[in-house]
Design a binder for this molecule. Sequence first.
Ligand code: NAD
Length: 294
Amino acid sequence: MYTVGFVGLGRMGWPMARNIVAAGFPLVGYDADAEITVDFVAENRATAAVEPADFAAVDVVVTMLPTGRIVREALLDWGDGGIAAHLQPGSVLVDMSSSEPVGTRELGGRLRGRGIGMVDAPVSGGVEKATDGTLAIMLGTDDAAASIERAVQVIDAMSARIFRTGPLGSGHAMKALNNYVAAAGFTAGCEALNAGREFGLEPEVMVEVLNSSTGRNFSTEDTFVKHVLTERYDTGFTLGLMTKDVGIAADLAEELGLPAPVCAAVHARLRDAAEGIGGSRDHSAAITHWAKHP
Ligand code: NAD
């Protein structure tokens, strides 16, 4: 079994790392929040890392961090040269965070120079599927079959389906575009709910009609039913991360010279909500901000 290093034991990373341990892989875990690392190794058969050198014996490093910039810092800059300075040639980085594709390609090039492979493998499915080990994976890589084989053995412990999207960065591009489409459905749905409520429609009736009609999408079927109507606002996906993902999609369109005005508008609405209620709030709570600030 390959030895796995796991960096970022947050809402998603914790259950994903737990599934890797459950599949029998020896695992070295690390989170910048020392308390989280300590709690994780106390609950799971894993070793705690405290510095980059603790990843020296690792074959596959999995990152599940908030942004691509933080992934690059962990690999290249943390402590004495980052985790990459301690990895053996032939080892592989699997970045499962929702990172930005251009930065992913840059990082892949830097790692390749040291004989380290890289795969981008962002996930879809949220905390629920991370817990069940049934995430959908978008896998991009330029690397040899050996890297892919190592990566896929570990990814299999966390996922139900792997989509091969193409070269390195293509998984991250696909993930950002998917999340833009999802966020557009969410934002439009919230706008409709707030307008309908103002007109005198019952939100419960509206959601039922949307979900039996052509207006339905993931947010109307899942988020609105479980988190908005109930006012639980607890999907496990923060407003800050959703805003970041739509920003990646907007930057991608700009880099390609393609106009994406809807993406820009959704991004602006999310940024406005994040400034209003805080990026650490659950994204589903954005509807409460938009109700007061139409
Ligand atoms: P989170 O904020 O719950 O977890 C991130 C963890 O990374 C935190 O525990 C934090 O302490 C740790 N961290 C931050 N900087 C670090 C560093 N330099 N070194 C080590 N650890 C560090 O976020 P999350 O919801 O688990 O999301 C992680 C990634 O997965 C993001 O890129 C997000 O966009 C993506 N994602 C999230 C969901 C979801 O539903 N939450 C779904 C799909 C994808």
